[in-house]
Ligand binder design. Structure first.
Ligand SMILES: Nc1nc2c(ncn2[C@@H]2O[C@H](COP(=O)(O)OP(=O)(O)O)[C@@H](O)[C@H]2O)c(=O)[nH]1
Ligand SMILES: [Mg+2]
Length: 393
């Protein structure tokens, strides 16, 4: 996931460019299946312990199975050709536009505070509120404002100076967690377990990672470990086909740990570089999910005591502060060692990433900026911080 210097420059340049049309990458047919489920609203509206499933909720959702033809349909929709420049810019526009919602919240409130006055305590308090409102969290807000107060109290400051100072401090908080996922090439396979609540973007992120690693010349295998939801296995199969990687799967209701074991066996036999294991986001209740994730880890460790070599928690940025509870919950269930924040293209709560970085100090290995297979990007501290504060990179 390392980016070359020229690409970085391109990133910044394009990040700054305005008016670039966002080109939607056509999605495979299966996300439409997702659309029939109230995935996102359900996640956003759920209480903190999102993994808990009420007893009345059906075990197998009634979403229609995707037709068996989506693979061809997908191939037709998005042929494997060199992406035109305009499409490459698409994700940047979406990130900028998405972040713009977060940015607007912060900058409008900051700007509104500065008319001509000197920095006083009242303004500092209001600034602190603005940062909390923008999901940066109480701790970060207090720290940023305290530092600003020490440096500028009683002096005349402009809103741009304040945003610049905040952006620098935020970048400093984010820098240590802006770490790409390191794949150990000596492992065959490097096992990546992907966990997170239903609808957070696990399956999509797996597809994106598979595509990324394939692009790096690595061999990849996917394990369809979400055996709970009817459409989940088919969804991963479609994505696997899109990315050109094999998918190990069984039917709905199959034992996920057994499936993960088989997938690891096969990946070892085939000397695959990376095995990505999908998991269920929720089961009948939290205890079941906890047991299932623990069992997957236990069982794959029979084959490789170090597995999983990476355990990624996928978080939907639109859920804002709820992401904290999700980290806490999943930490008790599996050996989380990194985060992926998805849907930053459409979240007004991007500031939560800063709060998470400060609190948990878990690496943010990538960010999701769209529904397409290419819409996964390395997380860059400074660009994100300045973007959030409405400043050019
Ligand atoms: N806009 C946007 N949508 C995303 C992103 N990642 C996932 N999604 C969408 O979120 C929904 C749930 O994703 P899915 O991968 O099925 O979540 P899972 O239940 O955790 O496996 C789907 O409609 C995805 O297309 C992202 O980065 N941006
Ligand atoms: Mg899924």
């Amino acid at each position: 996931m390392s980016e070359t210097e020229p690409e970085k420059k391109g990133w910044f340049a394009r990040f700054r460019s305005r008016g670039t049309p966002a080109v939607e990458t056509p999605k495979p047919a299966e996300p439409e299946v997702e659309k029939t489920e109230p995935v996102e609203p359900a996640v956003a509206a759920e209480p903190e312990t999102q993994v808990a499933l009420s007893p009345s909720e059906p075990v197998v959702r009634t979403a229609p199975q995707p037709e068996t033809a989506p693979v061809e349909a997908v191939a037709e929709k998005e042929p494997e050709v060199e992406k035109p420049e305009v499409e490459k810019k698409g994700w940047l526009s979406r990130l900028r536009d998405g972040l713009a919602k977060s940015t607007k919240r912060v900058t409008e409130s900051i700007t509104g505070l500065f008319t001509k006055k000197k920095l006083d305590q009242e303004t500092l308090n209001e600034l602190e509120d603005a940062l909390i409102q923008a999901d940066l969290g109480v701790t970060v807000a207090a720290r940023l404002v305290e530092k600003l107060g020490k440096e500028r109290f009683g002096k005349e400051v402009t809103d741009e100076e304040v945003r610049g100072a905040f952006a620098d401090d935020i970048a400093e908080i984010l820098q240590p967690v802006a770490v790409p996922l390191a794949i150990d090439a000596a492992r065959k396979p490097h096992v990546v377990l992907v966990v997170g609540v239903n609808g957070s973007g696990k399956t999509t992120t797996i597809a994106k990672l598979a595509n990324l690693y394939r692009g790096e010349g690595r061999s990849v295998m996917l394990a369809a470990g979400d055996t709970f939801r009817a459409a989940a296995v088919e969804q991963l199969k479609v994505w696997g086909d899109r990315a050109g990687v094999p998918v190990v799967s069984k039917g709905t209701g199959a034992d996920a740990a057994g499936l993960a074991y088989e997938a690891l066996e096969r990946a070892r036999a085939e000397k695959t570089d990376v095995l990505l294991i999908d998991t269920a986001g929720r089961l009948h209740n939290k205890t079941n999910l906890m047991e299932e994730l623990a069992k997957i880890v236990r069982v794959i460790r029979k084959l490789d005591p170090d597995a999983p070599h990476s355990c990624l928690l996928v978080l939907d940025a639109t859920t804002g502060q709820n992401a904290h509870a999700q980290v806490e919950t999943f930490k008790t269930m599996s050996p989380i060692d990194a985060l992926v924040l998805t849907k930053l293209d459409g979240s007004a709560k991007g500031g939560v990433l800063v709060a998470l970085a400060e609190k948990f100090k878990l690496p943010v290995v990538a960010i999701g900026v769209g529904e397409g297979i290419d819409d996964l990007r390395p997380f860059e501290a400074r660009a994100f911080a300045r973007g959030l504060m409405g400043l050019p990179a």
